[in-house]
Write a protein that binds this ligand. Structure first.
Ligand SMILES: [Zn+2]
Length: 266
C-alpha cells in the first residue's frame, strides 16, 4: 500500500493483475471501465503461451464478460484469436446479477465439455455468484460475511462446481501421464456489501494450489500476491518469460491523494 503498485480491490484491476501478472502501474486498469488498459504491452498470459507454443490449446470460460471483452480481446495481436475456446455468458441485462447462479452452471458445463472432448494445455474458469451474493444483488439479506448463510451457500455452490471440474480432470483417459497445475483464487474480498477499499477483509485473499511444480514452503510462508500466479503458470509449462513481456512501466503522473477520511469509496 502507498506505492506505485497500490490498486483498488475492484475486479477490473484485480483480474487484470491475475491474468497478466503485473500491477496497475503497468497494466493501467484502474476500475471496471478498463480505460487506459495497456494489454498490448502487458498481455493475457494465454497470448504469451501461444507466442512460444503455437500448438498449445487455451480455453477460457466466464460469466463476467469484461474478462474476455477487455483483457483477452485487448491482448490480441491484430485480429489473431489466441483462445481456442472462448465461452462468455452475460447475465441478462433485465435481470442483471440475478441469474448469475444459472450462468455459473453453464460455465461449469462448458468447461466440463472441454475437459472431456479436448486436450487443453491451459484453462481459465470464472464463476460470478459469490461476488454477486456478497453485494446483496441476488438477495438483499446477503453480504460479504461468514455470518451470511446466503453468502456461504454461494461459496458452497461454486465449491461443488470446482469439485466437478477436478473430478473430470482426474477422469481424463491419460490423466496418469498428464501433469496438471491447479490454482484457485478470487480477486478481492469484501466488507458489508462492498469492496474496493484497503481493509484486510478486502485485500487479503486466498489461493488454493496443487501441482508437482509448486514449492509448498514458499507458498505457505511467503505472501503470494496476485501477480505471482502467471509466473507459477509459466514455470509449470516450462516457459521462459521474455523481457519484452514485462517492460518498465511508464513514469506515473503525480497524483494528489485525498486524505484517508475523504477517500471516495467505489
Ligand atoms: Zn464485486
Amino acid at each position: 500500500m502507498g506505492t506505485a503498485t497500490h490498486q483498488p480491490t475492484v475486479s477490473g484491476p484485480g483480474w487484470t493483475s491475475l491474468l497478466t501478472g503485473v500491477w496497475m502501474d503497468r497494466h493501467g486498469v484502474k476500475d471496471n471501465r478498463f480505460i487506459g488498459g495497456r494489454f498490448q504491452t502487458y498481455s493475457h498470459f494465454m497470448r504469451r503461451i501461444k507466442e512460444v507454443q503455437p500448438q498449445a490449446f487455451c480455453a477460457s470460460f466466464t460469466d463476467w464478460p469484461p474478462i474476455h471483452d477487455f483483457i483477452a480481446d485487448g491482448s490480441r495481436k491484430g485480429d489473431v484469436e489466441f483462445l481456442d475456446v472462448k465461452f462468455t455468458r452475460a447475465p441478462d441485462a433485465a435481470r442483471h446479477f440475478v441469474d448469475n447462479p444459472e450462468k455459473d452452471i453453464e460455465v461449469r458445463d462448458a468447461a466440463l465439455k472441454t475437459l472431456s472432448d479436448s486436450d487443453p494445455d491451459a484453462m481459465f474458469v470464472y464463476f460470478g455468484q459469490v461476488d454477486e451474493f456478497g453485494h446483496g444483488a441476488i438477495d438483499s439479506r446477503a453480504s460479504f460475511s461468514p455470518d451470511s448463510s446466503l453468502y456461504l451457500n454461494a461459496i458452497s455452490h461454486v465449491d461443488s462446481h470446482i469439485g466437478e471440474l477436478l473430478r473430470a480432470m482426474r477422469a481424463r483417459p491419460r490423466f496418469a501421464e498428464e501433469d496438471w497445475l491447479v490454482l484457485i483464487t478470487t480477486d478481492h474480498g469484501g466488507r458489508g456489501n462492498k469492496h474496493g477499499g484497503d481493509s484486510d477483509e478486502e485485500r487479503q485473499i486466498w489461493l488454493a494450489a496443487q501441482g508437482a511444480s509448486l514449492i509448498k514452503e514458499k507458498l505457505l510462508n511467503e505472501a503470494t500476491p496476485q501477480t505471482a500466479l502467471v509466473p507459477l503458470i509459466y514455470e509449470h509449462l516450462g516457459i521462459q518469460p521474455k523481457p519484452e513481456w514485462n517492460p518498465e512501466p511508464p513514469p506515473s503522473p503525480i497524483v494528489i491523494e485525498p486524505k484517508p477520511a475523504e477517500a471516495k469509496k467505489p
